[in-house]
Design a protein. Structure first.
Ligand SMILES: [Zn+2]
Length: 355
């Protein structure tokens, strides 16, 4: 099947999703899709369009007293042989259908349909969400042109089964180390076994009771877990070192320093080295734009446990939620798909919210 050569923003939103799926856009290869998105949006008189690398920002400039931002990434993970798209019953299958070309189609549909929205709207299409954080297009915009991201409230159209997922938990990884003394295993009493010593770390993890934290009526479930363990030198050596890697997922009312202090307290007596961290994001459901959005959807929001780019908006002082078509459990899967009816539901919600 030939790839589309232009995007028709007034086509049916499901057909638009299918067209987007058929334009490959693996991370770092978004240029062609970004070109088509830019060209289609630039043809709309009511939008001001800016391109920064393969990031496309389209804004209404109506002088409204509030502005909302709707964001979505253009890239996908590498193909799993799941192109072009196909339909099976009420589902649209294909690479990126769920994560997140259904959401991108909703954005493009809304951008064309909402010529006089009741709030100003900024649509942000960005590159490189699926790869290392330093390449992330939203991060690049935040660093180089933060004025393009200015808004009172942001909706990220990541797959969330067409319901609002608010905030996101923070995450950090730490390596907890035990030290012993090496010796021949035939004379174990001459040494001190660092792997045995790790039992105490594992005991503390097993006994740990993760907190459930309520914020804005949402319950965030934390977690502290071993995600790796490394130790041992040879089959006849008492090991002198063992490393347990732990991952702490924490509710967004805790900042990184507080989360680190907590982990250090749990593993008191052991050296703890932090290797990776990302802050959470408070749900921010109390701002007026968020309250209106929730009332249009008519279903209570759910907490977001994974980390997403909503935290980036939180860092800019912009409350943000995830809301998009598709079950996130199918993101990145070879049988990735999105329910057609969820694409339509999201398109209807976004347009009636801002009409
Ligand atoms: Zn995604």
């Amino acid at each position: 099947m030939a790839e589309p050569t232009a995007l028709d923003l007034r086509a049916d939103v499901v057909a638009l999703t299918a067209a987007l799926v058929d334009i490959p856009s693996e991370s770092r290869h978004e240029a062609r899709l970004a070109d088509l998105v830019q060209a289609a949006l630039a043809a709309e008189d009511h939008l001001e369009v800016t391109r920064v690398r393969n990031n496309v920002v389209a804004r209404t400039v109506l002088g409204r007293d509030s502005r909302v931002l709707i964001g979505g990434h253009l890239d996908t993970v590498p193909s799993a042989g799941n192109l072009p798209h196909h339909f099976d019953g009420a589902e649209l299958f294909g690479l990126g259908s769920c994560d997140m070309k259904g959401g991108v189609a909703v954005m493009l549909h809304a951008a064309a349909a909402l010529t006089r929205p009741d709030r100003d709207v900024t649509y942000v299409f960005y590159e490189c969400e699926e790869i290392e954080e330093t390449a992330n297009g939203l991060r690049h915009l935040a660093e180089t042109s933060p004025e393009l991201l200015a808004a009172d409230f942001a909706v990220l159209m990541e797959p969330s089964n067409a319901q609002i997922e608010a905030g996101c938990q923070g995450t950090l990884r730490a390596v907890v180390t035990t030290h012993g003394r090496r010796s021949h295993s035939a004379r174990a009493w001459m040494g001190h076994n660092a792997v045995h010593e790790a039992a105490e770390i594992l005991n503390r993890l097993a006994a740990y009771e993760p907190a459930e934290v309520e914020i804005d009526g949402l319950t965030y479930r934390e977690g502290l877990n071993a995600v790796g363990i490394q130790g041992g030198i040879a089959g006849n050596v008492i090991p002198d070192r063992c490393e347990v890697t732990v991952n702490y997922r924490f509710a967004p009312d805790q900042d990184i320093p507080a989360a680190k202090r907590h982990v250090e307290e749990i593993f008191e007596g052991f050296p703890v080295a932090f290797v990776d961290e990302a802050p959470g994001a408070l749900p921010g459901l109390t701002v007026p734009a968020a309250r209106e959005f929730i009332s249009v959807i008519g279903r209570p929001p759910a907490p977001k446990f994974g980390w997403t780019d909503v935290a980036r908006f939180a860092a800019l002082g912009i409350p943000a939620v995830n809301y998009g078509p598709g079950d996130p459990a199918f993101a990145h899967a070879p049988d990735e798909h999105v329910p057609v009816e969820q694409i339509r539901a999201c398109a209807g919600t976004v347009t009636s919210w801002l009409s």
